[in-house]
Write a protein that binds this ligand. Structure first.
Ligand SMILES: [Zn+2]
Length: 145
């Protein structure tokens, strides 16, 4: 998955602000070649009962998808944070995963973004996540695109 340093920092800022709760957001871009994130859109975490869960607002999904399509992009995945935990999918993440979507998980340790994992559900059964490489793209590459 390709992303610029600037967009990565936007996710880190969101994860830091949300700490100790989980943040949630949308990855907007193009799906080819493992995915290219062109925009990061903050979402609302509807779950207020627990700090280790997130729940998407379906209306927000539709609005974000429409805005993305207007610019020739799609929602290619989601990001959320794991406060004081690892950047690997939890059991809940495996159950909630949307087929074919990228899942970016930002581990936040004591309020500071620690590392990032990019995951996607494998095509083969049983249902499991596989990790994808994260490629930081230079902003200037986007300008030439
Ligand atoms: Zn999770």
């Amino acid at each position: 998955m390709k992303i610029t340093d600037n967009l990565l920092k936007q996710m880190y800022a969101h994860a830091t602000e949300a700490y100790p709760r989980e943040c949630f957001g949308f990855l907007v871009g193009t799906p080819e070649n493992g995915g290219w994130v062109r925009r990061v859109v903050r979402g609302t975490n509807l779950n207020t009962d627990r700090t280790d869960r997130f729940e998407m607002d379906p209306l927000e999904f539709v609005k974000t998808a429409r805005a993305a399509e207007d610019d020739g992009f799609d929602i290619i995945g989601f990001y959320h944070s794991h406060p004081d935990w690892l950047a690997i999918p939890s059991q809940t993440d495996i159950l909630s995963e949307v087929e074919g979507s990228l899942y970016v998980i930002v581990a936040v340790h004591q309020g500071h973004p620690h590392n990032t994992g990019v995951w996607i559900i494998a095509d083969d059964a049983p249902r499991r996540f596989v990790q994808l490489p994260l490629e930081i793209v230079d902003e200037r590459e986007l300008e030439n695109d």
